[in-house]
Design a protein around this ligand. Sequence first.
Ligand code: ADP
Ligand code: MG
Length: 238
Amino acid sequence: MTALKLTNVCKSFGQVDVLKNIDLEVEEGEFVVFVGPSGCGKSTLLRVIAGLEDATEGTVEIGGQIVNQIPPAKRGIAMVFQSYALYPHLSVQGNMALGLKQEKQPRQVIDERVAMAGRMLSLEDYLDRRPSELSGGQRQRVAIGRAIVREPKLFLFDEPLSNLDAALRMNTRIEIARLHRQLAASMVYVTHDQTEAMTLADKIVVLRDGRVEQIGSPMELYNDPANQFVAGFLGAPS
Ligand code: ADP
Ligand code: MG
């Protein structure tokens, strides 16, 4: 079963073509990483998948259903951004519960899912704290928790670790890999960090100037990059 399928996805802002004829598939349970230089369209592509931007052309299929006309909240996805965007006046519990309250989930379901996400992310002792009382790493874990409680079929991560220092980045990366195994969910993860791409990905999609340059497993891209550009990003040092 295909978790995500993009067919000829194009996105223009006015005269500017930002995404050009993107075709790709994410299998159920797969961890797919998008890499490419700043400005190549990674965030725009995630936003089109999430429904925060409309594709100018092409189709977005999630779980076998074309979702171009379906609003973001009904696509079965959850997105984690680089900036945590937590609500400062709400507790950790309140921040994680908010999306579920908006979905009008019963109180018991909300409490169970928040407790579970708290345990998964080692936040169970922090549920009553405000974001200002947490470290940067803990805040980012709350943002991940907020996605987990939605029980999405597909997670979208946009450079979730880039605001963290090196040690926390490694810990959180390992945490995300563990969550992927534990949840058996499909994940699409944007980064410009080679280590993150090589260690997390089942499959890497290299983007350049709004196009797919190469798709392959980390080892395929490392050992057999299609060109100098891919080699420069991920290839073996020559
Ligand atoms: P990345 O995430 O790979 O750094 P982005 O997807 O953020 O790249 O941006 C790709 C290109 O699209 C950039 O040139 C950016 O300026 C442009 N862009 C992104 N969003 C908009 C927008 N809302 N309006 C106009 N141009 C945009
Ligand atoms: Mg970006």
